[in-house]
Write a new protein. Structure first.
Length: 233
């Protein structure tokens, strides 16, 4: 495991690219709670109703244990004061993951009144139900010879990949490298190659932990494969 937090996990995996891509696509099969409908009773702001509704749909919500047909209701009523007041996502209640997310700026006297309803859905139907970002790439192998250890310019150009060890260049994070041998033509002594090992990166948007995104995606893939197997039989 290269990195392991609730927001992000990064790990190496020796698996077929087809399997990795199937897991990545299965993230869109996870049931996620998001605002799906909203009634806007007042909106004196500079933004159209549709823009505000779109912003509400993109908010990350905490209550992910709701059943499929359950509905969670949010109410928001705000009025601008003085030089203006920013309406934040936290005004909708405690089920917002990032309460400081701005929704709209209300000038003095402007009002906003909304009733929104959230339900579970899948990312394959709409992006607002996606729990995070998942991608993978081949893990590079970087070899540095005696000549390559003197290519100190690489540290300044790619500080996430290379670092100084005394007076010599060494590899800091190979998995952060997006370069290949073509990029290293001007830097003799540094070789980059790729094997079969992949690096998986999963970033959560707060609804569920990054590790759970991977686990639930694998479960969804298994369920879909079982359905296909039954259909073939």
């Amino acid at each position: 495991m290269i990195k392991n937090t609730s927001e992000e996990i990064v790990f190496g995996a020796d698996m077929n690219v087809s399997l990795a891509n199937a897991i990545r696509r299965s993230v869109g099969e996870i049931d996620i709670l998001a605002i799906d409908e909203c009634d806007i009773y007042k909106n004196d702001s500079a933004l159209y109703d549709e823009i505000i509704a779109h912003r509400l749909g993109l908010l990350s919500l905490k209550n992910q244990k709701m059943k499929k047909d359950d509905v969670l209701e949010f109410k928001l009523k705000a009025k601008g004061k003085g030089e203006g007041e920013m309406v934040l996502a936290g005004n909708l209640g405690d089920d917002i993951v990032y309460p400081e997310t701005p929704i709209v700026l209300l000038s003095e006297g402007q009002q906003l009144e909304i009733v929104a309803r959230a339900k579970t859905g899948k990312g394959i139907n709409h992006a607002k139900f996606m729990p995070g970002l998942v991608y993978y790439k081949h893990l590079p192998s970087i070899k540095i010879s005696k000549e390559g250890e003197k290519q100190t310019e690489l540290v300044a150009l790619y500080p996430e990949v290379f670092e100084m060890y005394g007076e010599n260049v060494k590899v800091k994070n190979a998995w952060m490298c997006d370069l290949d041998d073509e990029d290293m033509k001007e830097y003799p002594g540094v070789e980059i190659s790729f094997g079969n090992e992949l690096v998986f990166v999963i970033e959560s948007w707060g609804q569920i932990e990054a590790k759970k995104i991977f686990v639930e995606a694998c479960k969804s893939l298994k369920d879909n494969l079982s359905l296909v197997s039954k259909a073939v039989k």
